[in-house]
Design a protein. Structure first.
Length: 310
């Protein structure tokens, strides 16, 4: 027994605390992936996202940036699908397959950044409100309730209208209007964490507000934040597509919502040019569903009590 204890102590000293911390993280990641693989829907969603991400990252190599050029369009306007253009052409004669692949870069980027901004705001408000409580908690929760009852899309449209038309505006408009749900969830988790005995011991030992929130509360709410991020991304992508469809996006970039807006302006609905409308709509729906499946699987792994079906 003594020999084993001595050997363990020597191993800890030899590896060091940082190496042990990284080893624990690797074990946690391996355990998470092992449990995640048991969720078939989550694996299917992850595979779909990996495919879209690969297409978006390799777009400059596979389709090139010239696909966006109106003056260098290789085809005639509104050509139906053919061997040369598998998804047909748009109203300017551009290859719709290339535009769809290039648009994935913008739609995924806006969705990710808007979701990160939304979760960051919601986590900050939720943790501080649950930690300080009192008047600060009351004020912040009333503000959160006001954002909850207001239509998110209306607020995003209002912000996108008064600000310049750019990707930054779209990201900001979505991020600052979709954080209330995260704030509510994180606050509830923060209250549960701060009721535990080790928080009282940390305070008795002189731990300040920043120490309690960063070292004890934040690590315990991170699983919830991670799951919430994956769920919000799908909503952010849908919101970006909606704003672009309404003509509030950046007209200088190609996105899936922008393609739908171009199809509407070209009269694709009335003229029956289905190849102009269906591919971007299907891409938006598939990515949104894929992120939702991944989010549900992550939520189930991090909190098995939810009992999400596989």
């Amino acid at each position: 027994m003594t020999t084993e204890t001595t050997g363990t102590t020597e191993t800890v000293k030899a590896t060091g605390p940082r190496a042990l911390a990284w080893q624990r993280r690797r074990h946690s990641a391996a355990r998470f992936w092992k449990q995640y693989r048991t969720h078939r829907a989550g694996v299917l969603g992850l595979a779909a996202l990996a495919l879209f991400a690969l297409l978006a990252l390799t777009a400059p190599l596979t389709v090139g940036s010239d696909v966006q050029s109106v003056t260098a369009a290789p085809g005639d306007p509104l050509e139906s699908p053919s061997g040369e253009f598998p998804l047909g052409t748009d109203r300017f004669g551009r290859d719709l397959l290339g535009l769809l692949i290039w648009g994935a870069r913008v739609s995924l980027l806006v969705g990710l950044l808007a979701a990160v901004l939304s979760v960051a705001i919601g986590s900050l408000i939720g943790i501080t409100a649950g930690h300080f409580r009192g008047r600060y908690d009351t004020v912040m929760m009333r503000i959160t309730d006001w954002f909850l009852v207001m239509p998110t899309l209306v607020l995003a449209i209002a912000l996108a209208t008064v600000m310049s038309r750019s990707l930054g505006t779209i990201i900001l408009a979505i991020g600052v209007t979709t954080w209330p749900t995260t704030a509510r969830l994180v606050r509830a988790q923060t209250l549960a964490v701060e009721s535990r005995p080790y928080i009282e011991r940390a305070k008795a030992l002189g731990g300040g507000h920043w120490h309690i929130m960063s070292r004890h509360v934040l690590p315990n709410v991170m699983p919830l934040v991670l799951a919430q991020t994956t769920l919000i991304i799908s909503s952010a992508i849908l919101a970006e597509a909606t704003l672009a469809f309404l003509g509030l996006g950046d007209p200088t970039v190609i996105s899936w919502g922008g393609l739908l807006q171009d199809a509407r302006e070209a009269g694709a609905v009335s003229s029956g040019d289905w190849w102009y409308l269906v591919p971007p709509g299907v891409a938006i729906a598939v990515v949104a569903v894929a992120f939702t499946l991944c989010g549900r699987a992550v939520e189930s792994v991090l909190n098995p009590r939810l009992g999400v079906s596989r």
